[in-house]
Structures are given as C-alpha cells and as structure tokens.
Design a protein around this ligand. Structure first.
Ligand code: NAD
Length: 353
C-alpha cells in the first residue's frame, strides 16, 4: 500500500557541477543583490579572497572568523562587519561551521544567503541552526534560517582532507539513516537517501586512495546534497540527539562523533522499525544496517571508538543521563540502560550485535 504523505516542497535553488563557482556573481545578481559579505573559517580565507576577486564590486568584504558550533560572540562580530560593509547578503564558503555563521546572521538581519558547501556535513539545505552561548549549544528550526541558494562546486571539495572526507560522509549518511524512519518522511527524501547511500558506498573507497578523483568527488557531493535535503525536511531522532550531547557536553569533534555513533544508533533503532532500514542493509551488506555501516566505516578507515575521540569510560554514565533527561520521539523507547549500553558499545568500537 502506498503510504500517505505530506511533501512540503523544496524552496532552495541548487546549482551543482564542476567549476560552478564562476556562476556565483550571476546568482548574487539573480537574488537582486550587489554587496555580498563573504564568510569563511580562517583556514579557508584564501578561497574566500579568490571568490571576492571573482565577485569584484559585488563583494562588500570578507569575514574569515567562522568557528565550530557558531559561538554568538563570533556572530556579533560578523554582524558588525556586515553592517560596516553595508552588505546586502551573505555568501558562506565552507563547511557546516561557516554555513552556521551565515544562518545566524540571516536569522538576525533578514539577509539572503548563498551557500557554497565544501564538506558533506549537510547544513546548507536545512532550516536548522545550532548556536553556542555561555558554553551551551541550543538548536532551533525556523524557515528564516534556510538558505536561498546553494552552489555546489565539486572542485572545491578536492582539497577536503581524506580523514574529514570519510567522517563528513558518515555524518551525512546519519541524516539519511534517520530519514528512513522519520514519521514525516516522504518519497523525495526516501529516494534521495537511497541514492545517496549507493553514491557514498561507491565513492569513498575511491577517495581514500585518490582524493582528487573528480568523478568520485562529484558522486560524494551529490550524495551529500541528498542527505542534506533529508536532514532539512524531516525529523531526526536518537542519533542526532546523542551526537549533540557528546559534542555539546563533552567537547567531542562533530563529524568524528557522528561517524563513531552511526552503526550503534542504527542498530539500536533497527530492531524497532521493521524493514525501514533495509535500504542500508541492502547497500552495505553484512545482514543488517548496523553491521553494514560498521564494516563500511572500518573499510574506509573511519574512527570506530569513542575512546579514541577523547571520551573516558567514566563519562559514559553522565552522557547516558544527559541524553535521557528530556524525552523526545524515537522509534524505540529511549531508556537510560539502553543508551548506556549503546554508548559502551560505541566506546569499545565493536561491531554492533
Ligand atoms: P567545519 O565547517 O567545522 O570544517 C572543518 C575544517 O575543515 C575547517 O577548518 C574548514 O575550513 C575546513 N574545510 C572545510 N572544507 C574544506 C575543504 N574542501 N578543503 C580543505 N579544508 C576544508 O566542519 P563540518 O563538519 O562541515 O561542520 C561542522 C559544524 O556544522 C558543526 O558545528 C555542526 O553542528 C554544524 N552542522 C549543522 C547542520 C545544520 O543543519 N544546522 C548540519 C550539519 C552540521
């Protein structure tokens, strides 16, 4: 029987290809703007400068201070730069940290955003913003957060370090995984997520040997787009909640934490969702989605143990307590003992049973 569904529509314009950076000036003009503030991390300042040169008089300035977890102090500095430059839109060039800064500016000023993603984290197609103030990270959803235009230029991902390529891809797969059992899933996210699984499965083994392989980079970035659409249009559950707790309360690195947790959160929920995770088991083999993802992660040299990310065994009780303090929807009931056991498995890094 065909499942009833609601499809909310896709509002973000997407330009995808090799060399699409050349189209950014036209895309800015198409939005009706002429003074873009370009955002980047300090690490990608040279790329931001090259884009400013390309934009010519459509570049109002560069703010190269984007930082992980979108600290509000950085946002305040960036808004001061936005106003001082009399900018009329933001262009965010980078990974999730830079996209987050663009969103934080947009939601406060009403500025339009054009995002040029250079990782697979998947923030660009979403209405989600996580921000840090006073050491605490809070996340919200708001239509005003969703970028107007995303320009995917495969060539910009050729420099993504291999380790981040792998963990960022697993971060993206986590969006697809939770999308398969999301109560508000619909055929667009299901189809894109299935396609993304296959594309990442085929691209990552090539990229760990040959990081500048253009076709494999294109496959991976295409997969990242599909996973980002899923993250931005359906509800996430246990996996994203746990990753948020470990990142926010224990300072664990974002993409690596997603990568390590993924097989274990998948296995935890797989038992409760009938065959909904079958596309993952079909794609990665090994008889189940959890085992398939663990073996894939191992094959592409991903980190497998929370212990290797700096988490101590003594932290696991507190993490389980924080993760189960506030109830949230999840296909399988979230019990403290169940989450403690899941965290132990992720800490040990064994293949989930
Ligand atoms: P990141 O943006 O922090 O980037 C990590 C480092 O890699 C940075 O120094 C960056 O400059 C560098 N880098 C990025 N692309 C590169 C490239 N192509 N070549 C060379 N270096 C490159 O990492 P991330 O994993 O993309 O983003 C993590 C952040 O994004 C977290 O704060 C997370 O919460 C957020 N996020 C938000 C959403 C959302 O929907 N709101 C979704 C996913 C991630």
């Amino acid at each position: 029987m065909t499942r009833p569904f609601v499809f909310p529509g896709l509002s973000t314009r997407v330009v995808f290809g090799h060399g699409t950076l050349a189209q950014v000036p036209d895309e800015v003009a198409r939005l009706g703007h002429s003074r873009a503030l370009i955002l980047s991390t300090p690490h990608q300042q040279a790329e931001a400068q090259a884009l400013a040169d390309r934009l010519g008089d459509k570049a109002a300035g560069i703010f190269a201070g984007a930082a992980m977890h979108t600290p509000v102090e950085v946002t305040e500095q960036a808004i001061a730069a936005f106003r001082a430059a009399r900018a009329d839109c933001v262009v965010s060039l980078g990974g999730g940290s830079t996209t987050g800064l663009g969103k934080a500016i947009a939601v406060r000023t009403g500025a339009d955003q054009l995002v040029i993603p250079t990782t697979y984290a998947g923030s660009e197609m979403t209405d989600i913003l996580g921000e840090t103030a006073g050491g605490e990270k809070t996340t919200r959803r708001d239509p005003a957060i969703r970028p107007e235009v995303v320009v995917y230029d495969v060539d910009l991902t050729l420099t993504l370090p291999v380790a981040l390529t792998v963990t960022s891809a697993l971060n993206a797969i986590a969006h697809a995984m939770e999308g398969f059992y999301a109560p508000d899933r619909h055929p667009i996210t299901e189809a894109l997520s299935r396609d993304a699984m296959v594309a990442f499965r085929d691209a990552l083994p090539v990229l760990i040997e040959d990081p500048v392989n253009g076709e494999a980079r294109a496959r991976a970035l295409y997969a990242a787009w599909g996973c980002s659409v899923t993250l931005g249009h359906v509800t996430m559950a246990l996996h994203h909640k746990l990753a948020h707790v470990l990142g926010g309360s224990f300072g664990l690195p974002h993409a690596e934490t997603h990568a390590v947790l993924l097989p274990h959160t998948t296995a935890y929920n797989e038992a409760a969702v009938g065959g909904l995770l079958a596309p993952i088991a079909d794609t990665f083999g090994h008889g189940s989605a959890g085992a398939g993802l663990w073996h894939f992660a191992k094959a592409v040299n991903a980190p497998l143990r929370l212990a290797d990310l700096g988490m101590t065994e003594a932290d696991l009780d507190r993490a389980a307590e924080i993760a189960t303090r506030n109830p949230y929807a999840n296909p399988r009931p979230v019990s403290r003992d169940g989450i403690r056991q899941l965290l132990q498995q992720a800490w040990d890094g064994q293949c989930p049973a």
